[in-house]
Write a protein that binds this ligand. Structure first.
Ligand SMILES: [Mg+2]
Length: 147
């Protein structure tokens, strides 16, 4: 399985700041210090056409009322390892791939935790409840016999 968090930084900022939950929000650096790049945009901000890696200036031109939040990298790293800990409840084969993406081999866990779909749903629920983030989980086979 591959677990991938939706709008990871922006989702974490929204769960820390619930007053912004229904507003367009981006995580970006400081424009005055020329680090004004959009690191993450929530789905509402994306609906205005804002994309990751564009400048804060471009984002503000598309949506002047967008909420701009500075990154809190240590918090994102901490939540990432919290998610790794959740995944490790289901498998001893967990491989972080990026800050919000991790591979999980559950082929040895099926008799303990149920079908892949049941495991994925249980993982999604735990991540959601513990971190406030929505994770998408893709399921595929990597059994050599199917290649
Ligand atoms: Mg992601």
């Amino acid at each position: 399985m591959l677990s991938d968090c939706q709008s990871f930084y922006a989702s974490l900022e929204k769960s820390s700041n619930p007053q912004y939950s229904n507003k367009p929000l981006i995580v970006a650096g400081d424009q005055a210090r020329r680090s004004g790049i959009v690191l993450a945009a929530c789905p509402i901000a994306k609906s205005y056409g804002i994309t990751t890696a564009e400048t804060l200036k471009e984002a503000l031109a598309k949506c002047p009322e967008v909420i701009v939040v500075r990154p809190h990298m240590q918090q994102y790293i901490d939540v990432s390892s919290q998610i790794t800990d959740i995944l490790r409840k289901f498998s001893n084969q967990v491989e972080p791939y990026s800050i919000d993406e991790q591979f999980i081999d559950v082929s040895g866990s099926l008799s303990l935790f149920g079908s892949p779909r049941e495991i994925a749903t249980a993982i999604q629920d735990l991540i959601r409840r513990n971190t406030g983030v929505r994770a998408r989980i893709g399921i595929g086979y990597s059994d050599r016999r199917t290649l």
